[in-house]
Design a protein around this ligand. Structure first.
Ligand code: ATP
Ligand code: MG
Length: 424
């Protein structure tokens, strides 16, 4: 089946970029037809920034490898059995996939055959708005009325939703992710009904894949409404039953977005995850383990979702600096935002003075310069304090004094004070 173009993309920087042209020229060197596909076309239509460039071609993957290598472009066989090669040039990655139809699909793996039919390739894609193609001249091809759906904010499966979810249940999470980023209410009823039925299959997915989708969902402008929708459809309980504090998440997203406009405050999906969880330390650790997070992510999630103490605007300078010193500026800022969001979720209207006080806490983190106690245990020994618990006790006392003096006393002053304390 041949497809006629239905529109024309405005000139795109990413299409005109040197490295994109290099890859396209390599793939076309012997006459193959190539088109951009998926997210880059969808986002170009909406004039949103492009995340990555996916390309589809008639040529089989081995030939794609050869063509890239002939042009001196690095080619990595990232998913060669499914027809995917990654081209790397100028630090940019391009996923190049041979036109295919999925003969049989079982979760992530599909038995594929290659095809030269663009419509067949489009039919195996998840949503109509993700089945758009654009050729290197910018002509748009749209086999499933994806442009119409994109304009209307309608995230809709290509084909029968139930069947598409049975083939690959990851699409269920992708449905809510794309709805969060591109959808307008109400969500497509047929898709939603199928998601509700298929949700009990979600635990079959690996933690990494669930995590990847949830993190992307949390990057949307208003993820709280979508998580609430997922809860109502009895989907959320199969992936993130701990998510419950939608009010706090909503306020946090507001603060991170339009609310604050501070350079140091940017939307942060892990902070957003922490905001929506109602967990203790073990609960936070369990979420991180289930989602196969890195140790760094896990520690940060625990610190944010179940902190032993939350900063408060009534705190004195020394109280603030005490915590800043212990946990560092970044986590401190996270905790201020989470505490503020929690407060505002309950009491929506704060006074201007209250707002200033919260902002002042963030400024405290922004201007924080880490400091180190200028004396050590060895100094205590040199002053004649005997080995053992007395050293620790003196160090604790001098540190408390130094902190109360706002870290101003230098080494000499601290030694003098230690002498005085030890003498006492
Ligand atoms: P993003 O902007 O997040 O990269 P994307 O649409 O490019 O969005 P990718 O995950 O990069 O999403 O996938 C590229 C394309 O591959 C999609 O647009 C879609 O056409 C197709 N696709 C990806 N995952 C699936 C899936 N599980 N089932 C069917 N089609 C899929
Ligand atoms: Mg993509």
């Amino acid at each position: 089946m041949t497809l006629d173009p239905v529109g024309q993309l405005a000139p795109q920087d990413w299409m005109e970029a040197h490295w994109t042209k290099r890859v396209i020229a390599a793939l076309r060197a012997e006459g193959a037809e190539v088109r951009f596909v998926g997210g880059c076309v969808r986002d170009a239509v909406l004039k949103r920034p492009i995340k990555d460039v996916d390309i589809a071609t008639h040529d089989p993957p081995e030939r794609v490898m050869l063509l890239l290598e002939q042009a001196g472009i690095k080619a990595v066989p990232t998913g060669i059995e499914h027809g995917t090669i990654t081209a790397v040039t100028g630090g940019h990655h391009f996923e190049i996939t041979t036109l295919r139809c999925d003969v049989e699909t079982f979760g992530r793996k599909a038995r594929v055959t290659f095809t030269d039919d663009w419509a067949e390739d489009a039919a195996r894609r998840d949503f109509t708005m993700n089945a758009l193609f654009a050729d290197p001249e910018g002509r748009i091809y749209d086999p499933f009325e994806g442009l119409l759906d994109l304009g209307a904010g309608r995230v809709r499966f290509v084909g029968d939703p139930r069947q598409r979810l049975e083939e690959d249940v990851l699409r269920l999470l992708r449905f809510f992710r794309f709805y969060a980023h591109y959808g307008k209410p109400p969500p497509d009823a047929a898709s939603l009904a199928a998601c509700r039925i298929m949700a009990p299959q979600l635990p079959r997915l690996s933690g990494e894949r669930v995590c990847g989708e949830m993190i992307k969902l949390l990057q949307a402008t208003d993820p709280a409404s979508v998580l609430l929708l997922m809860q109502g459809e009895r989907v959320l309980e199969h992936v993130l039953p701990e998510a419950n504090d939608f009010g706090r998440l909503r306020v946090l997203c507001f603060l991170e977005g339009r609310g604050l406009r501070m350079d140091s405050v940017r939307p942060d999906p892990l902070r957003r995850l922490a905001a929506v969880l109602r967990v203790d330390q073990d609960g936070a650790a369990a979420v991180a383990d289930r989602l196969k997070m890195s140790l760094k992510q896990k520690n940060r999630l625990i610190q944010m979702a179940a902190p032993p103490v939350m900063p408060h605007p009534s705190w004195s300078g020394p109280q603030r600096r005490h915590l800043l010193r212990r946990i560092g500026a970044d986590i401190f800022r996270d905790l201020v935002l989470l505490a503020w969001a929690q407060h505002k979720a309950v009491e929506a209207l704060g006074s201007a003075a209250e707002t200033e006080a919260w902002i002042d806490l963030i400024h405290g983190a922004d201007s924080w310069v880490p400091v180190e106690l200028p004396v050590r245990g060895r100094d205590a020994l040199e002053l004649g304090v005997p080995h053992g618990p007395a050293v620790g006790a003196l160090m604790t006392a001098i540190e408390a004094w130094w902190e109360a003096e706002d870290y101003r006393p230098d080494r000499e002053a601290c030694l003098a004070k230690m002498r005085e304390m030890a003498g006492g």
